[in-house]
Design a protein around this ligand. Structure first.
Ligand code: 5GP
Ligand code: ZN
Length: 110
């Protein structure tokens, strides 16, 4: 499958890996929008949240919690975002959750 994030997970394209477990893979965004900007994604390809089952989403959110603590943003707070589809400005069609933190974020979201 011609999917950028599947290739990153397979090690065919380099990334700065943050963590990996049975279901989730996490790496640093190449164009960070905050001091901490990690992408958390399912190892199994799915286009976006519309294709994600509850069990997988629970595993992704559990990975987010662990990563937030590891990255030192849990105490002061952080934001998660998952862009979906055209109006959501999704640019890579493999589900991913952005974890943004390490600074005060804007209070507007769009
Ligand atoms: P989206 O716009 O789909 O919500 O987010 C895609 C994100 O993937 C963007 O923030 C973009 O910077 C990031 N990204 C795109 N290509 C690469 C890449 O090759 N490596 C990494 N680490 N991040 C990427
Ligand atoms: Zn994929």
């Amino acid at each position: 499958m011609d999917c950028l994030f599947c290739k990153i997970i397979a090690g065919e394209i380099p990334c700065t890996k943050v963590s990996e477990d049975d279901a989730a893979f996490a790496f640093r965004d190449i164009n960070p929008q905050a001091p901490v900007h990690v992408l958390v994604l399912p190892k199994k390809h799915m286009a976006n949240i519309l294709e994600c089952d509850g069990e997988t989403m629970a595993k992704l959110l559990n990975a987010v919690k662990i990563i937030a603590k590891q990255e030192g943003v849990a105490e002061d707070g952080f934001r998660i975002v998952s862009n979906c589809g055209k109006n959501g400005a999704q640019s890579v069609n493999h589900l991913h959750i952005h974890v943004l933190g390490g600074a005060q974020l804007a209070d507007h979201m769009a």
